[in-house]
Design a protein around this ligand. Structure first.
Ligand code: ASP
Length: 405
């Protein structure tokens, strides 16, 4: 038992969690799972959340400093953004294609008469310019306490750049950052070691409480989302791993398995960050590049979230008795891409951003109420994809940089 690797332990706890969850569901003990198992998962996720700001901050500063010149940071940043945007747009196309297929086959319902009781109060989207301004922190500590990841990334970029620019005089800061990062890595390793407990308890809870909800149309829209997730992963990520990095798809998915399982159960790419980093490095990414690409990716690169936004929009449009036009679909691509960039890497965030996409095409936001109950199930899959995409990105950018250098 002692020798068992962490991914194996995580996988076993996943199976055990499903089994216990099913037992709870059929014996009407979902409340037990929610009251006595889920809290242990919550403790584990709290620990992950507590470490995520320092991880992002120091891993990015460390990544920038280890690149040793701002030019390299710029080049890596540029390539990363091209990869991220490209795959997210493809993700939207895949999501729209598959969901329209489901729609055309009549697998999505028209519930326009019956949705009076679908209630969901969205948080307001403030518009693109306000979002842009909001990326720049006016108070560093507030960014940390609110765990505003885009702001934390901006802080890391500024500090990393400034420490580098300060040269010899900045050496103390450089050493402090490196030392902090080393300590945080140890802490991360400890917390990751607790993963099987979190995975088991969360899985048991999800299966116990939502097992019965996987019914009828919801099962179909979930199926639609998961087919799209799978197609995107198999085509885009396998393709990038093979063509750009020479890694066989089987080796790629085997190497990312721990992060995928972890993402599936935690539904948070930010929380999965330490595991993704380990997977990316073991698959051959350069450590300084993965330290830069992965935290950025866990905040702004969310192909799974983009697919979910597209599938959910087509589904809810159908529920509302609407058929989206080509123009509206293009609008969905644009807003879903922006929404996925703005989505925080924590569980449930993608659903909040869905309000923005629905509003853009004129679907009443209250329709989100129809899928809220199973959001966790969408979320688990989209987070897997988000994380896998980040790892693929780290590998590709590493290869491109190596070829150049
Ligand atoms: N849970 C997702 C993630 O952390 C974000 C989302 O809700 O779409 O990647």
């Amino acid at each position: 038992m002692k020798k068992m690797s962490l991914p194996k332990k995580i996988f076993l706890s996943l199976l055990l969690g499903v089994a216990v969850g099913l037992v709870c569901a059929v014996t009407d003990n979902a409340a037990f799972a929610a009251s006595y198992l889920k809290p242990f998962g919550d403790i584990f996720v709290n620990l992950l959340k507590f470490i995520v700001v320092p991880v992002v901050l120091f891993s990015m500063i460390d990544g920038i400093l280890s690149m040793d010149n701002m030019k390299k940071v710029g080049k890596v940043g540029w390539k990363t953004l091209v990869y991220f945007t490209g795959t997210t747009i493809v993700a939207c196309a895949v999501g729209l294609l598959i969901s329209n297929l489901f729609y055309t086959l009549g697998l999505f319902p028209d519930l326009s008469g019956e949705v009076g009781n679908a209630t969901y109060v969205p948080s307001e989207f403030q518009g693109f310019m306000a979002t842009l301004v909001g990326i720049f922190p006016s108070n560093m500590w507030q960014a940390f306490t609110e765990a505003n990841m885009l702001q934390v990334i901006v802080i890391a970029l500024f500090f990393g750049g400034a420490i580098m620019a300060a040269g010899e005089k900045g050496r103390l800061c450089r050493d402090i950052a490196a030392s902090f990062y080393a300590v945080i890595e140890r802490l991360m390793a400890f917390i990751i070691g607790l993963a099987p407990i979190g995975v088991f308890t969360y899985m048991a809870w999800v299966v116990a409480t939502q097992g019965a909800a996987i019914l009828g149309h919801l099962a179909l829209v979930l199926l639609c989302a998961y087919i799209s997730y799978l197609i995107h992963a198999l085509i885009v990520y396998s393709f990038s791993a093979k063509v750009f990095c020479g890694i066989r798809p089987t080796a790629f998915f085997k190497g990312t398995a721990a992060a995928i399982i972890f993402a599936f159960t935690s539904a948070s790419s930010a929380a999965t960050l330490p595991v993704s980093k380990r997977c990316a490095d073991e698959l051959g990414a350069d450590s300084d590049i993965s330290a830069f690409v992965l935290p950025l990716g866990s905040t702004i690169h969310m192909d799974g979230t983009a697919i979910y936004q597209c599938v959910a929009t087509v589904f809810l449009a159908s529920c509302a008795g609407m058929q989206l036009t080509i123009g509206q679909m293009l609008l969905v691509v644009a807003t879903a891409t922006l929404a996925s960039i703005g989505t925080a890497g924590v569980s449930g965030a993608g659903m909040i951003m869905l309000a923005m996409t629905l509003e853009a095409v004129g679907i009443p936001v209250s329709y989100i109420g129809l899928i809220v109950a199973v959001d966790r199930l969408f979320d688990m899959g989209r987070t897997c994809l988000n994380v896998t995409g980040d790892i693929a990105g780290a590998l590709c950018v590493s290869t491109w940089e190596r070829r150049k250098g």
